[in-house]
Design a protein around this ligand. Structure first.
Ligand code: NIG
Ligand code: FE
Length: 416
């Protein structure tokens, strides 16, 4: 069989192991690093990968050949936690935060998430679409080919549905793929401030079953946090999502150590995200129950804190780690996953191989998408990033700039 495209002479290829489950603990420090390698693509899939000379039997007269001397190639990056679709921005809170006002106090005063809720409710479908498309373009330019996108800035059915439908249409039209998450449980809407249980009931009895019936999302997520959704409310919301056939995610122990990691283990969520304030017991329970820890160091940085999630301890406890941007207008307004990966090393002391595993194979598992992406196994999607860098270490060491030279989605050049 002849290849459509062969990338060859590649200085370094990062090829993650795929054991049919997320990489955990010390496994995250391992990968196949191929020097002077080639990747052959046929019909949008990986046909062959190896080092040295390209086998002659895959080269036909129509095969396109590309010399990538000096470059590094990895699987397309996977950003498995973002709040992609929303209206407006929140630079008006920036000076408040600089003067020491806390994220949760801004929310309590009706700002924060609730101000983005107003902007999102007031935005038209097209306005939301255009803004999210621009963000998705920025992500793609930085190497992200698959993105998770949450709703949660509607807090009423009409706007939650609008957000999820924007993501659906964008997924159909854009080269990057979007996996949707329903996050109606993102904040208590102002009108239910004094009777939050009425809103919880709406989520459980009305919105979650509708999301599942209409196939608008694969996952359901809850912001389990002091002053937002309690552990008990989160448990009930997640249980109803499970009953409706949605997979579970949780914003756990982001700011206050509330027992979110323990709840994730109890409920068997697919991932538990943030974990800046997770207890050791919570980490151990997560490891025992194979819950992926999705870490978001950009949020710690942007919230101006130094309490990064303890990635090294989590790896010692044999957890599987993913890394994501958390792109959102409040706690982490960046689409740039490379910057987050650099923080993974610079702030959380993850090695380059651990970081790249976290945003490729483990990112794919975090989104339930590892059957066709996340590694360079023959037959998987030819989602590839070409970095203008001689090796992986360079990409993380030389921080704050975009190293992407080219991006391929299903074998097609989508960024050059
Ligand atoms: O992951 N914590 C809840 N949700 C987002 C922030 C959303 C916002 O501030 O608009 C997060 O940090
Ligand atoms: Fe988030």
């Amino acid at each position: 069989m002849y290849a459509d495209l062969v990338l060859y002479n590649i200085n370094q290829i990062f090829s993650p192991n795929d054991f049919g489950r997320p990489l955990k603990g010390t496994e995250m420090a391992q990968a196949d690093i191929i020097q002077n390698g080639y990747i052959a693509v046929k019909d949008g899939k990986i046909l062959k990968i190896g080092s040295g000379n390209v086998p002659k039997d895959i080269l036909g007269s129509d095969t396109e050949l590309k010399d990538l001397k000096g470059y590094t190639v990895t699987p397309g990056l996977i950003d498995s936690h973002t709040h992609l679709v929303h209206g407006g921005s929140r630079e008006n809170e920036f000076n408040l935060k600089l003067s020491g006002v806390s994220y949760l106090d801004i929310l309590k005063a009706g700002g924060g998430i609730l101000s983005t809720v107003k902007a999102t409710q007031n935005a038209t479908f097209d306005e939301l679409y255009d803004k999210a498309e621009a963000s998705l373009n920025t992500m793609l330019i930085h190497g992200t080919t698959t993105v998770e996108g949450k709703s949660g800035y509607g807090l009423n059915w009409e706007t939650e549905e609008k957000q999820l439908k924007v993501a659906k249409k964008l997924n159909e039209n854009h080269p990057a793929d979007i996996i949707s998450t329903f996050m109606g449980a993102h904040a208590i809407p102002t009108e239910y401030k004094t009777e939050p249980e009425v809103f919880v009931k709406q989520l459980i009895e009305d919105m979650i079953p509708k999301v599942a019936q209409m196939d608008l999302a694969h996952f359901c997520d809850v912001f389990c946090e002091e002053g937002v959704f309690s552990v008990d409310q989160t448990r009930r919301i997640l249980q109803s999502a499970k009953d409706s056939g949605l997979k579970l995610k949780i914003h756990a122990d982001e700011i206050v150590s509330l027992g979110g990691a323990e709840l994730a283990a109890e409920m068997g969520t697919h991932t538990a995200d943030h974990l800046m304030a997770a207890s050791e017991k919570g980490m151990e329970l997560m490891a025992e129950n194979n819950i992926i820890a999705n870490l978001l160091p950009g949020t710690t940085f942007s919230l101006m804190k130094n309490t990064y999630a303890d990635a090294r301890k989590m790896l010692e406890k044999n957890l599987a780690l993913a890394l994501s941007t958390d792109y959102n207008p409040g706690s982490c307004p960046t689409e740039n996953l490379q910057l987050i990966m650099q923080l993974g090393s610079l702030a959380m002391k993850m090695t380059p191989i651990e970081v790249f595993n976290a945003v490729t194979i483990n990112g794919a598992y975090a989104l339930d998408k590892a059957t066709d992406r996340g590694s360079l196994k023959e037959g998987k999607n030819a989602d590839l990033v070409v970095f203008n860098a001689p090796n992986l270490d360079y990409i993380l060491y030389h921080f704050g700039v975009n190293h992407v030279k080219e991006v391929y989605k299903l074998g097609k050049l989508v960024v050059k």
